[in-house]
Design a protein around this ligand. Structure first.
Ligand SMILES: C[S@@+](CC[C@H](N)C(=O)[O-])C[C@H]1O[C@@H](n2cnc3c(N)ncnc32)[C@H](O)[C@@H]1O
Length: 204
């Protein structure tokens, strides 16, 4: 399983945003929508081996996490507006508990941040995606080395403003190793594409 956790410092857990102006009415939910597309969708298909967690911290009093599972999702389309509509409907049903509840096939919602799903990562090898980390290409096994790469891997990354100290502390508590995908600071969705590509090259 490949897991991507995007921790959003500004995105609010509210359906009260405009589809015609997502960036300025949602706390930059658009960043997360592009991450969702990069993490779950390939040309004419869904990555069935991937789960995405969108941690919405825009309202610090009420963090919310969305969990989107490729193998169970239906009718996810790649354009930002359709994905925004899916997420808007999910956020219109606010979570009642810290346990995930399903809002539609493959999409679950829970009250709370990283702590709501940390038990799911118990058997996962956890990485932090960070410009200052070790080179991913040299840190994961190459295609010629013995496979497999770890069968369950989790990658944490930040939104357009990066990760806050509280989230970083939680990520480090998993023993996360920091990896970089290249020398430049990239957009979160591009980092996800590069990570998938490296894993695809090793496993396809
Ligand atoms: C737009 S960047 C955030 C930039 C922000 N100014 C910062 O300093 O964190 C979004 C996220 O993508 C990831 N990222 C960006 N470039 C990366 C790189 N070269 N290698 C690994 N992760 C990267 C990091 O997780 C970062 O939090």
């Amino acid at each position: 399983m490949r897991r991507f956790v995007i921790v959003a410092q500004k995105a609010r857990a509210s359906a009260d945003f405009l589809l015609v102006d997502i960036p300025s009415t949602s706390g930059r939910l658009d960043v997360l929508l592009r991450c969702l597309r990069a993490a779950l969708l390939v040309s004419h298909g869904v990555r069935r081996d991937t789960i995405v967690y969108l941690v919405l911290l825009g309202d610090p009093e009420r963090p919310v996490t969305l969990r989107i599972e490729g193998s169970a999702s239906r009718y996810l389309r790649p354009d930002e507006r359709s994905l925004a509509t899916v997420i808007k409907k999910a956020l219109a049903l606010p979570p009642a508990t810290a346990a995930f509840s399903q809002v539609r096939a493959g999409i679950m919602i829970a009250e709370g941040g990283i702590e709501t799903f940390e038990r799911e990562l118990a058997d996962s090898k956890v990485y932090l995606l960070d410009e200052a980390g070790e080179d991913l290409r040299e840190s994961l096994p190459t295609a010629r080395e013995s496979l497999p790469t770890p069968t369950d891997v989790t990658f944490f990354l930040g939104d357009h403003i990066g990760l806050d100290p509280h989230a970083l502390a939680r990520i480090h508590a998993f023993g996360a190793r920091a990896l970089c995908v290249g020398p430049l600071s990239l957009h979160s969705e591009d980092v996800i594409t590069l990570v998938h590509n490296e894993l695809d090259r090793r496993t396809a």
